[in-house]
Design a protein around this ligand. Structure first.
Ligand code: SUG
Length: 446
């Protein structure tokens, strides 16, 4: 019997060290905004406002906590010694790039936190989670342990939820989580088809690969996740991202495609073998016909897709169709704005567009879709989770007050060495785990 299920969205709460360090080669926004002064308070409030707007519309909205940054255990593992203040001083004076990397608030982009397979798709009928190793970027490779702890603290009941450790942290198994994974289905509670998109085949040097920018996800990683999650062949499709798209700045597939229900919204340059991918998806999707909404390069040149983050939108069910929740930048790029106007006038599955202001995150290459991790849950599973992270009006008010009390409104690269910042972060996060009812998840709490 098909169980009723919903898609919950867990957004990453932006951390108090949100800054622009230019850490992500291949991510155009991150590189172009390096050294700008960030406003962590505004960033966190923008993220919370997005969550609130969606919760108010009736979507199940949750919060994933930021990570402890700067991360002193990593600095110590790299040979910096002494008390916390001395460790920070040494790192800042001898290698500020390392200090910047261990200070990034990048865990906010929870589309990269993990890959999640709903119970309707898995062999043991549990929801499976694998935190992404994010091994392509040092600053992100230190996220998966705390991500795993946070997910276990929310999805605790092992009769419903299965947690795997991240894949081996080497380039052969580079895994970027749900940013390269989309699930199509007729209804959330029905078995679906999971589309895994990779940038490169690690064990075949002859296979197509980008030449300018790195491919962060490998086929080997995607296949390993499908095995771990117990997906049958019918439930998984593997597709190579077009290397030319990666070289144009599409460092994750969710910068050029998004799916929901039976709809795949994508740019014509997204996939290397577009026809095969569509044929396999159509063949394996049951209970509904695939609705492929293909955007041509004539309508939206790939550079405009990257500049606007059109595809890094959330695609959500509404009573009469689907809502595309786009970043504000989509209205600043003329080809994209025009495209959106004609999209909702047509008779396709996407029936409305709503604009969200997440500019602080966008300047590091993270749009609305980067900020959320989707977890499909049936009614029993939803009932079994730790409800402390679900956004209610009261939790929203509490988090806004918490942000206003603890976050700075300006942060630049020099500030990262300030020992007061570390103290502020730990105090704030200690309070936050209490607010969200997560117990101890940070190294400084263990
Ligand atoms: O991994 N930016 C992130 C953006 C992640 C976007 N996520 C998805 N597309 N799902 C990244 O490149 C920049 C940090 C800096 O430069 O300070 C950064 O990590």
């Amino acid at each position: 019997m098909v169980k009723h299920a919903v898609e919950a969205n867990l957004d990453g709460l932006v951390g108090p060290t949100h800054n622009y360090a230019g850490l992500s080669w291949g991510n155009v926004a991150s590189k172009s905004n390096v050294n700008s002064v960030a406003n962590p308070r505004e960033a966190a409030l923008q993220g919370l406002a997005k969550m609130k707007q969606l919760a108010d519309r009736g979507y199940v909205q949750g919060v994933l906590p930021p990570h402890e940054r700067p991360h002193l255990p990593t600095l110590r593992a790299l040979g910096f010694t002494g008390n916390d203040r001395q460790v920070l001083e040494q790192a800042a004076s001898t290698d500020p790039s390392i200090l910047a990397a261990v200070s990034s608030a990048s865990a906010m982009w929870t589309a990269n936190a993990a890959t999640v397979s709903p119970s309707a798709d898995t062999k043991d009928h549990r929801v499976h989670f694998t935190p992404a190793n994010l091994s392509a970027k040092f600053h992100r490779s230190i996220e998966h342990r705390v991500t795993g702890r946070a997910l276990k603290a929310i999805f605790t009941d092992e009769s419903y939820f299965a947690h795997h450790p991240a894949l081996p942290s080497v380039s052969h198994f580079g895994d970027e989580g749900a940013a390269n994974h989309t699930r199509l289905c007729s209804r959330y509670g029905e078995p679906g088809v999971e589309l895994f998109v990779y940038g490169q085949i690690a064990f075949n040097e002859q296979a197509p690969a980008p030449v300018k920018y790195p491919a962060r996800q490998t086929l080997e990683a995607s296949r390993a996740i499908a095995r771990l999650h117990g997906l049958s062949d019918r439930h998984a499709v593997f597709a190579q991202q077009n290397p030319a798209a990666i070289d144009a700045g599409v460092f994750h597939n969710d910068v050029i495609a998004v799916g929901n229900g039976n709809c795949l919204f994508y740019h014509e340059l997204a996939f290397l073998e577009e026809d095969r991918v569509l044929a396999e998806l159509s063949d394996r999707l049951t209970g509904a016909a695939l609705e492929a909404v293909r955007v041509s390069a004539n309508e939206v040149p790939i550079e405009d897709a990257v500049a606007s983050y059109l595809f890094n939108s959330q695609l959500l069910n509404t009573p009469d169709g689907m809502l595309l929740a786009v970043p504000g930048e989509c209205r600043e790029v003329p080809s994209v704005s025009r495209y959106l106007d004609q999209l909702v006038k047509g008779d396709g599955p996407i029936t409305s567009v709503e604009v969200f202001d997440v500019k602080q995150s966008m300047r590091n290459g993270g749009g609305p879709a980067c900020l959320r991790l989707r977890v499909v849950l049936n009614d029993e599973e939803l009932h079994a989770i730790n409800r402390g992270v679900i956004l209610t009006d009261a939790l929203y008010d509490r988090l806004v007050t918490w942000v206003n009390a603890h976050y700075r409104s300006e942060l630049d690269q020099q500030d990262l060495a300030d020992p007061m910042l570390l103290e502020e972060v730990r105090k704030a996060l200690d309070e936050l785990t209490g607010i969200l009812g997560l117990g101890s998840i940070y190294d400084f709490q263990l």
